[in-house]
Design a protein around this ligand. Structure first.
Ligand code: ADP
Ligand code: ZN
Length: 722
């Protein structure tokens, strides 16, 4: 009789025991189908001693496993990573396992797949709905369900289009092998600094040992070229490499660059993949055939067969922190994965996080520096513009010196980037007649006007409504006024100032897929855009040699709200934005519009003295016992029922254990007191670094009960203080 403990994909259940039927073999890590009541669940066999079960069931009462998936078992390093992640972020192991088993179709064994695409025929007398669906689908291909999502229509609409011949079925070879990148395809000639760093990283890869390294180089210094040499080493050794990027919009330019260096594209993994692409990638990763994977943070939990290198590019980016489900930080989990896999981890950044710098200072991480831009490119000069001394005209946002610099730049046929981290037209809309402000019905947040789509939208929950002509309060017509600037409004101002210039707005509203990003890059490179107005999305990774002027429209914006990382984040964002200027042979200039040119962060940006700024910030953190010198964990209690949420939040607050070196603040209404229709209270736990705060919270919350309508989430090492 043989039994197996299984971690099933149901976060509400603990591990369950099953009988392994005669003729079936499983080992820890095997992916199995297990019965549960009338249902079937996926799960992974686990070592029983690592996953204690609350109720041991006798042999004679065990139900048999139904099947074993035809994929390699999850390897031990990944099983340890899943346990560690669950433990550290106080998440159910099943929720972490779900991120590994991210393609159920990959587990179903070889099979034929049918996808659909437009035939190019457009039958006469299509309904407007079908017409629109066809337009939106364009030349894309996918399952019925996927096309329906793209078209914003029901499955029935797509089926109707199939019936009338506008869309056809195609058989797809879903598991065709990926090409193998060639490490010697087109290696660059490296500068001496680059070569030294590349050699060290390649040696680390060949050594097959855990070694975290900060690759710290100014923007444009060639960090990508350098870590590509480490990737090349992994390829020569026949091993796999993983490159994590903070934003899926960056994958497309990355794929092209990779292609130029290695002769073919790597395997991409991100939320924009179709189900068949996901399946193909997953299986190739699991069997080791996918040699280099590039992806968003979710690529971190995939079942690599033989991982020889992990790179986290733009490692300082806060988008590596997941804010839903398992609240993990991909940068930190990447380092843990490297530890379990015994492989080097490279964190590449021009503006490393204080946490990472501190790891270097204490000797836990190695550091490689690239102090200069590659080739003839120079770092741009950064100049402040004091908005009090040189204000823009009334109702305008661009100051005279910035406008003058734009004119010179455009006259030279060079490109301009205006950076403003605010989507939409205006952050606040109100009625001139009665003062009514448009607030989201589900959140404590103002609705943001988007003129491009003629809607008011909430940036927290996605609620959107058409911009009304009349005020809903006083019924006055055409009385709405926009307060403050968003990128769309800046683009209007540019159009008014420079009617000849071609302007593009770049935000997550306009660049929502890798394909859109590729289109934008193509237009920039072709000189089809003169002025880009963009949010932080445009400040990362891009390389446009003809872009020589960057204007930060509101350099003070990031300091608002003032959470613990506000100054650091402002520094990073503006440095990254500035880093887009003058990356080719033409020198770049950067202007910061600010109301407080004397603030420490503005001075640091202007003088370029990053070390002094980081030192002061680090001291302030040390003083406050803030990360990385102390730790935070947020406990968020939410419910549609406000009294219920408050009651449980107070209950948790009262039950806070008295632990030396730990303090619990709150409960207080969270800064976003209502989100998606749920009222939110927050408790903030502050602890000294050495304290196992997870253990304390586990016991503390484990002893309490609350009704199902109340949700309690714990965010360990929070980045979002809303
Ligand atoms: P970073 O990631 O540090 O901002 P990149 O790796 O994007 O810098 O390099 C900036 C630009 O310089 C890119 O266009 C890159 O191709 C080019 N470059 C860097 N190093 C070399 C090299 N050794 N040979 C040729 N081009 C290089
Ligand atoms: Zn909302």
């Amino acid at each position: 009789m043989s039994r197996a403990r299984v971690l099933v994909l149901n976060a509400a259940l603990g591990p369950l025991d099953y009988r392994v039927p005669h003729g079936m073999t499983v080992e820890p890590g095997s992916i199995v189908v297990a019965p549960l009541g009338p249902r079937q669940l996926l799960g992974s066999v686990w070592e029983p001693e690592r996953l204690p079960s609350a109720a041991e069931v006798g042999d004679n009462r065990l139900r048999p496993l139904l099947a074993v998936a035809d994929v390699p078992p999850l390897r031990e390093p990944l099983r340890r990573l899943i346990e560690w992640t669950a433990d550290y972020y106080l998440a159910p192991p099943a929720a972490v396992l779900r991120m590994t088993l991210a393609s159920t179709s990959a587990l179903e064994g070889a099979r034929l797949l049918i996808e659909y695409r437009a035939t190019g025929e457009r039958p006469a007398r299509l309904t407007p709905q079908r017409e629109q669906a066809l337009d939106r689908i364009g030349d894309r291909q996918g399952l019925i369900r996927e096309l329906a999502t793209i078209a914003g229509a029901s499955d029935g609409v797509i089926r109707g289009l199939v019936k009338c011949g506008a869309i056809e079925a195609v058989e797809v070879d879903i598991d065709s092998p990926y090409p193998v990148p060639d490490p010697d395809h087109a290696p660059p000639e490296l500068s001496a600094d680059q070569q030294a760093a590349a050699t060290t990283l390649a040696t680390d890869v060949a050594a097959r040992a855990f070694r975290p390294t900060l690759l710290d180089g100014v923007t444009g210094s060639g960090k990508t070229e350098v870590y590509f040499e480490a990737v090349a080493q992994a390829l020569r050794d026949g091993r796999q490499a993983l490159v994590l990027l903070p934003e899926i919009a960056l994958t497309e330019p990355f794929l092209q660059r990779f292609h130029a260096r290695f002769g073919c594209e790597p395997v991409a993994w991100h939320s924009g993949l179709r189900s068949t692409q996901r399946r193909r990638a997953w299986r190739a990763i699991a069997c080791g055939e996918a040699r280099v994977t590039v992806g968003a943070r979710s690529a971190l939990f995939l079942p690599y067969q033989d991982l020889g290198l992990i790179v986290v590019d733009e490692a300082h980016e806060t988008s590596f922190k997941q804010e839903e489900g398992v609240h993990y930080h991909a940068r930190d989990v990447a380092v843990m994965r490297g530890k379990f896999e015994d492989c080097p981890v490279v964190l590449a950044s021009a503006t490393p996080a204080i946490e990472t710098r501190q790891q270097v200072a204490t000797g836990r991480y190695a550091e490689l520096q690239l102090p200069a831009r590659f080739g003839l490119a120079q770092l741009p000069a950064i100049e402040p513009i004091d908005l009090l001394a040189e204000p823009p005209e009334r109702g305008r946002w661009l100051s005279p010196p910035l406008v003058a610099a734009m004119r010179e730049t455009l006259d030279r046929k060079e490109q301009v980037l205006l950076f403003l981290n605010r989507r939409g037209y205006a952050p606040l809309t109100l009625c001139r007649a009665c003062g009514h402000r448009f607030q989201c019905p589900n959140c404590t947040a103002w609705m943001v006007e988007h003129r491009l789509t003629r809607r008011l939208a909430c940036h927290h929950c996605g609620h959107a409504e058409p911009t009304p002509r009349a005020c809903p309060e006083c019924k006055a017509e055409d009385s709405l006024v926009a307060c403050g600037p968003g990128v769309e409004r800046i683009a209007d101002e540019v159009a008014a100032l420079f009617p000849e210039a071609k302007t593009a707005v770049v935000t997550s509203d306009t660049i929502w897929s890798p394909a859109k990003a590729a289109e934008f890059v193509g237009r920039m490179e072709a000189g089809d855009i003169d002025v880009v107005v963009g949010t932080q999305l445009v400040t990362k990774g891009y390389h446009f040699p003809n872009l020589t002027l960057v204007g930060c429209v509101d350099a003070d914006l990031g300091l608002e709200g003032g959470d613990l990382r506000a100054a650091e984040r402002t520094f990073q964002q503006i440095r990254q934005a500035a880093g887009r200027a003058g990356r080719g042979e033409k020198p770049g200039r950067v202007f910061l519009q600010t109301h407080s040119p004397g603030a420490a962060v503005m001075r640091a940006l202007v003088t370029g003295d990053a070390d002094a700024f980081y030192e002061a910030e680090t001291d302030a953190r040390r003083e406050a016992g803030a990360p990385p010198f102390g730790r935070y964990a947020a406990i968020i209690v939410s419910s549609e029922d406000q009294p219920a949420a408050l009651e449980i939040a107070r209950l948790i607050g009262r039950a806070a254990p008295a632990v030396d070196g730990m303090h619990c603040y709150g409960p207080a209404p969270a800064p976003l007191a209502m989100l998606r229709g749920r009222h939110r209270y927050r408790l903030l736990v502050h602890a000294r670094r050495a304290l196992d705060v997870q253990d304390v919270i586990r016991d503390w919350l484990g002893a309490l009960e609350w009704p199902a309508k109340v949700r309690v989430t714990v965010d360990v090492d929070p980045y979002n203080f809303l």
